[in-house]
Design a protein around this ligand. Structure first.
Ligand SMILES: Nc1ncnc2c1ncn2[C@@H]1O[C@H](COP(=O)(O)OP(=O)(O)OP(=O)(O)O)[C@@H](O)[C@H]1O
Ligand SMILES: [Mg+2]
Length: 585
């Protein structure tokens, strides 16, 4: 069990001094308990049973003797306090490290990972599971020192007394129950592990249900799903509750069980002691020593259940930590610097699941896009336009074939290098719950106020920001930007991309939520902005695509026609159909 956690003790490294101090104090506390207290009892009680009549202690001698009690207990209490305090401190540091690493891993995982995982469950792993591991690491590391010291201290005392005080030797028999305690620790531990893992998964499920409900508050009301949601959540927490109680059953049973077994040791020892007429003070001391010997046993049972729960939580964290990172930076990256903006797809096929042929989203797509071109991607919904655009910033890797920017395979570039050359406005843009200004600044950290405002002007956003929003650029946009209208949100996203001023601009339905007036205004601004840039533009409204010098027509994962508008209009019935339909409307 201990070995299972060994790789993680490195989280304690930054606080090793604190931690060793904590352990030292634990040893003092354990020694004072296991060996010190029985020894003190033997000493203090001795005169009560031995000294009669003239031999009675004087006042000062008595005071001196009794001072032993507060001194020893005082040392024990102080050491205990400092030990627990320092251990808690170290624990917080461990938690910080563990959570930080898990979070960093989330940043490196490919987008596909988050599509197949449930974010509520990932949330639970980051919050609850890390906490469990932290608790296990710290209590275990601490108790693993303190408990054995107490245990050994008590045994040493018992053995020493057994051989020095006449009639006390029989107490050694009291130690006989210790091996019996190992059995329940083993059996219960096994069951506990299984249940704990199930309970953590159920906890992840509860947090997922909660997250999903909270992010769909509007839909729940619109479709009258309150009752359905309540019963779904109810079932989730019921299952969680049941599993937790099973964990508790095993975890809580262990310690009383061990206590019960050990009590036979005490009864047996008393029986012997009475028969052997052992001196009273020795009986007291020995009973106390036996207690301090059994107590660590009982608590090691608890420790075992702590370990088990920790291992179950650790497994869930490791599942994430060991997840492969297919989209990683190459060992020796090529440098791109400021790209010219030439894009090439060479025989690219792509499936999201890595699955069967039916799921192929792009099929052997080859196209060369010279720098500075404005490319329109058109085609029916689901044809693969967004997918095509997503391969350029390497949100996903091509299943076969290669995507090249400026003639370099994107897999040979550092992701940061590649992406700094690309600005993306996606189909659903995300705004952070921050001010408008800071949301814009995400486009390019370090942009000046004037540049930010110019970008907002170009995206037709400046006007509504200063005239409509209560605090202008300092208005907080609400979670995901919900306090803005769809069109406003889109204009902020556009402005953010303009500010980035990257050689490659990807606009995926970037103006779909705008009225025709602001759309044509943005169109004009775009004409200025796209000079010297490569633009991939996806739009269902053909009015947006007027300026394109290359049209790529997508149909079921393939480019079925390409060329300037007039040429494609002639050659592609699909394009002609789509185009004519809009002209009529
Ligand atoms: N993340 C994903 N995981 C699995 N399949 C996906 C994913 N995204 C898209 N698909 C599938 O890939 C196909 C192409 O999707 P894509 O988003 O590229 O279409 P599109 O041409 O952009 O359509 P639209 O015009 O509606 O935006 C669709 O059949 C879709 O179901
Ligand atoms: Mg799309």
């Amino acid at each position: 069990m201990f070995a299972r956690f060994r790789p993680y003790y490195r989280y304690l490294r930054p606080v090793r001094i604190h931690f060793f101090a904590a352990i030292l104090l634990g040893v003092i506390c354990g020694g004072a308990s296991g060996g010190g207290i029985p020894w003190m009892i033997g000493k203090v009680f001795k005169p009560f049973f031995e000294n009669a009549g003239a031999d009675r202690l004087g006042t000062w001698a008595l005071v001196g003797l009794l001072t032993l009690i507060p001194v020893l207990i005082g040392v024990r209490c102080l050491a205990l306090f400092l030990n627990t305090y320092l251990v808690a401190y170290c624990g917080t540091v461990v938690l910080e490290g563990l959570r930080g690493d898990l979070f960093a891993k989330f940043q490196r995982l490919p987008l596909g990972y988050f599509q197949k995982s449930r974010s509520g469950d990932l949330l639970a792993r980051g919050v609850t599971d890390t906490q469990q591991v932290q608790q296990t690491l710290v209590t275990s590391a601490n108790d693993m020192v303190v408990l054995p010291v107490t245990f050994v201290g008590a045994i040493v005392y018992i053995v020493y007394t057994a051989f020095t005080v006449p009639g006390a030797g029989l107490f050694l028999l009291g130690l006989g129950v210790i091996p019996i305690c190992v059995l329940p620790i083993r059996v219960i531990g096994k069951n506990l592990y299984r249940r704990a893992q199930q309970a953590f998964a159920a906890g992840g499920n509860v947090s997922e249900l909660l997250r999903e409900n909270l992010s769909a508050t509007r839909e729940v009301r619109a479709f009258g799903l309150e009752e359905r949601e309540r019963s779904r959540f109810g079932a989730g927490i019921r299952r969680f509750f049941e599993l937790q109680m099973k964990v508790n059953k095993y975890a809580f049973a262990l310690s009383p069980l061990i206590e019960f077994i050990t009590v036979f040791g005490i009864a047996g020892a008393l029986f012997m002691a009475y028969r052997a007429q052992t001196p009273w003070n020795s009986v007291f001391a020995m009973i106390t020593a036996l207690y301090f010997c059994y107590d660590p046993m009982r608590r090691m049972g608890k420790l075992q259940s702590e370990f088990t729960r920790g291992a179950a939580a650790l497994d869930r964290i490791e599942q994430v930590m060991k997840e492969p990172e297919p989209i990683a930076d190459p060992a020796v990256p090529k440098t791109l610097g400021q790209a010219r903006g030439e894009i090439e797809f060479r025989g690219v096929s792509f499936t999201y699941g890595g699955g069967t042929a039916e799921e192929v989203v792009l099929r052997d797509v080859s196209v060369h896009i010279p720098a500075d071109s404005i490319v329109a991607l058109v085609g029916p919904s689901g044809a693969g336009k967004s997918t095509f655009a997503n391969l350029v910033p390497r949100f996903y890797d091509a299943t076969s074939g290669a995507v090249l920017v400026d003639g370099i395979d994107v897999r040979d570039l550092r992701q940061a290098d590649l992406r700094s050359n690309i600005a993306v406005v996606s189909q659903d843009s995300f705004l952070f719950n921050d001010t408008i200004y800071n949301n814009l600044l995400l486009g390019r950290a370090g942009a000046t106020r004037a540049e930010v405002e110019q970008a907002a002007r170009d995206a037709y956003a400046h006007e509504f920001i200063v005239s409509v929003l209560p605090q202008g650029y300092d208005t907080i946009v609400g979670e995901r930007g919900t306090s803005l209208s769809g069109g406003q949100r889109q204009r902020i996203a556009l402005a953010r991309a303009f500010l980035r001023n990257a050689p490659i601009l990807i606009l995926d339905e970037a103006t779909s939520a705008l009225d025709s007036e602001s759309e044509s205004a943005i169109q004009k601004a775009l004409q200025k902005l796209v000079v010297g840039k490569t633009v991939l533009m996806i739009a269902h409204r053909f009015s947006t695509l007027r300026d394109a010098n290359l049209v790529l027509v997508f149909d079921r994962g393939q480019i079925v026609a390409r060329g300037p508008h007039a040429e494609v209009y002639r050659s592609s019935p699909l394009y002609r159909g789509l185009y004519d339909q809009q002209q009529i409307a």
